[in-house]
Design a binder for this molecule. Structure first.
Ligand SMILES: [Fe+2]
Length: 378
């Protein structure tokens, strides 16, 4: 082999190995957990990359990724949008130049969704929780996604912290390449940072929105953004959605970061602007984050415990963050069967045909609390 050819070949292999690696592969769910998804990954070049998606029958669909170099993110973020998917189906993903095969499942009518929040400031514990989540999905393969209630990292403007979070999230991927789709919302530590939209495919649009509905068959998750005004446009949007979903969905579950019924801090504006709407439209349960404790309120309605019309607020953040003392432990909404304590946790929401069963799970996969819901009369 002459020297020039040798150098050319060496250069080709060097470039392939240096720039070819796929980093941080993730699936994001936004609008419909059964029929659409976004596959996102990072690579060192922006040119479109061939991606082949294979369905369960073996049919192959060819895509070219859209490579972007969004402001603040080192080159490059690649995306492909997947639409018209079948419910409860497995999709294999192969990226050109990458020898691993990834896969994910769309949601069936019944199954499980995980919820949690607050994974900042303790990477070691965050990895432990991510590994627990991976084991949980292995144990219960009908688990379709993780809804993250915000505060992924301490400083939403820091790329190095996001990079660490993205690396740690890879720990939720199974040994055989199953990706756990993420449904993201903003916490206060995301501020109005552009990274959230760049890394998570801007759910529902730009920085001044990021509130949206995710549909899972007859269940609607309403994801709200506590970094924006709770009144005005967001409240008007919430009112419209609640009215509409009251006719079309059996289950309505709001989810947002800063709590209305906190275990630690003062109540956020959700208490004034959103709780009266939740009560009027009789949502089923509400998920909150931010406090760094485990909490389950008693069922509350118009400032009192009410076992008929009351709504439970579950939370509030324990995916790998230093825990706090539950300073509001003596609040009226923790009486009865309510509880609040320092505990790492995530929730597993199991939707059955005519009921919902929510389990509270710790870092050792021990189920330490649960809530059962029947459909509401609206
Ligand atoms: Fe927070």
């Amino acid at each position: 082999m002459n020297n020039k050819l040798y150098i050319l070949l060496f250069g080709f292999f060097f470039i392939s190995s240096a720039f070819g690696a796929v980093k941080y592969p993730m699936v994001l769910f936004e609008k419909d957990l059964s029929s659409s998804a976004v596959f996102i990954f990072h690579q060192d070049l922006s040119r479109p990359i061939d991606v082949v998606v294979t369905d369960e029958s073996g049919q192959k669909f060819n895509y070219k990724s859209k490579g972007k170099n969004p402001f603040g993110v080192p080159c490059c973020v690649h995306e492909i949008e997947l639409n018209n998917l079948q419910a409860g189906a497995k999709y294999k993903i192969n990226v050109s130049g990458e020898n691993r095969t990834f896969w994910f499942s769309t949601a069936k009518k019944t199954g499980r969704i995980l919820l949690g929040g607050d994974s900042r400031s303790d990477s070691k514990m965050r990895v432990k929780m991510n590994l627990a989540i991976k084991d949980y999905v292995k144990k219960y393969p009908d688990t379709y996604a993780l809804i993250h209630g915000g505060d992924y990292i301490k400083n939403g403007w820091s790329w190095s912290q996001w990079k660490c979070w993205l690396e740690d999230y890879q720990q939720t991927t199974s040994e055989d390449g199953r990706l756990l789709p993420l449904i993201p919302i903003r916490g206060n530590h995301e501020y109005l940072s552009f990274y959230f939209n760049s890394l998570f495919s801007r759910p529902s649009g730009g920085i001044y929105k990021n509130y949206y509905v995710s549909q899972w068959d007859d269940l609607s998750f309403i994801h709200l953004n506590t970094n924006l005004s709770h009144a005005g446009n967001q409240k008007d949007w919430l009112k419209r959605r609640l009215k509409e979903l009251g006719h079309t969905s059996k289950w309505i579950i709001p989810n947002y970061h800063r709590p209305a019924f906190p275990g630690v801090k003062k109540p956020g504006d959700a208490l004034r602007y959103w709780v009266p709407l939740f009560e009027k439209h009789q949502v089923d349960v509400v998920f909150e984050s931010d406090g760094h404790v485990y909490k389950k309120t008693a069922p509350v309605f118009k400032g009192k415990i009410d076992h008929q019309k009351g709504i439970r607020y579950l939370g509030e953040g324990g995916l790998g963050v230093p825990l706090r003392e539950p300073e509001k432990a003596s609040a009226w909404y923790f009486s009865g069967d309510g509880r609040v304590e320092k505990k790492y946790h995530f929730f597993s929401l199991e939707k059955q045909l005519d009921k919902i069963f929510i389990q509270s799970v710790d870092e050792n996969l021990k189920v330490f609390d649960s809530v059962q819901l029947q459909p509401r009369k609206r």
